[in-house]
Design a protein around this ligand. Structure first.
Ligand SMILES: O=C(O)[C@H](O)[C@@H](O)[C@H](O)[C@H](O)COP(=O)(O)O
Length: 237
């Protein structure tokens, strides 16, 4: 099965790449070009990235791109509520695979905050994200259950997290897999991005996308919140 077989809305563009390295390179080049354009027109650029396992080759390719990283703000679509030293930290992932060499000059705004409770940490992150410039580029991943960022089906706060209009930028979420406690940018903030890419690999994720396209309720599969607006899907077998 290939991504071209999906019945996608006209606003969704697909990029089918031969393998994970080709996808990483193509997506990194697209993201870098859009960041250069934002810097040229506004003097600054903001990119919001997702964590997980698959983004590593993309992050390494992005770190190699030639652009004025001192004018770029990098943030995270979501975070596991663990310190940056923890192996599951998305901030740690970004530090290891993107923010080195020239890209170390970028400003990073993370979501993790030490706090007595997850809810209080989300409120702190929400305030900190008040400093986030307009998002030029957002790169989302997607879980097999149709979650994206840390907008997980059945999570408390999910309905608030999926609201099209929201004062909140960040909410506490619960994932079915450890680390359960997550912090997620809200749909309202994520959907404000100028360019949104969804990076997915393998037949399983294609099957998830097919299921997501077969119904409308985003509380069942939160990725649905992003499939009916402009979106570029990068896929490889
Ligand atoms: O913190 C996270 O885990 C991510 O932000 C999450 O939303 C990720 O994008 C999906 O789980 C897909 O992960 P993979 O791309 O590694 O399968």
């Amino acid at each position: 099965m290939a991504i071209s077989e999906l019945q996608l809305p006209a606003s969704v563009h697909t990029h089918a790449l031969a393998d994970a390295n080709a996808l990483a390179k193509a997506l990194a080049e697209e993201v870098a070009e859009r960041l250069r354009q934002a810097i040229a027109s506004k003097g600054q650029a903001c990119v919001v990235l997702s964590g997980g396992r698959s983004p590593v080759p993309f992050l390494e390719q992005l770190a190699r791109q030639v652009l004025d990283w001192s004018k770029v703000t990098v943030s995270l679509a979501d975070e596991r509520w663990v310190p940056v030293e923890h192996e599951a930290s998305n901030a740690g992932l970004i530090a290891r695979h993107l923010l080195h060499g020239a890209a170390a000059k970028a400003r990073f705004i993370g979501l993790y905050q030490p706090s007595p409770t997850l809810e209080a940490a989300a409120e702190l992150a929400d305030q900190l994200l008040g400093e986030l410039p307009p998002i030029d580029v957002l790169v989302l991943g997607m879980g097999d259950d149709g979650h994206t960022a840390s907008l997980f089906p059945a999570s408390p706060n999910l309905r608030q997290g999926l609201a099209k209009v929201s004062e909140r930028r960040c909410l506490a979420m619960l994932a079915p897999a450890v680390p359960h406690q997550r912090l997620s940018m809200t749909r309202a903030l994520l959907a404000s991005a100028g360019f949104i890419a969804l990076s997915v690999q393998g037949a399983g994720k294609l099957a998830t996308l097919r299921a997501a396209l077969a119904a409308e309720d985003p509380t069942e599969m939160p990725i649905r919140a992003f499939l009916h607006d402009p979106l570029d899907i990068y896929w490889c077998p």
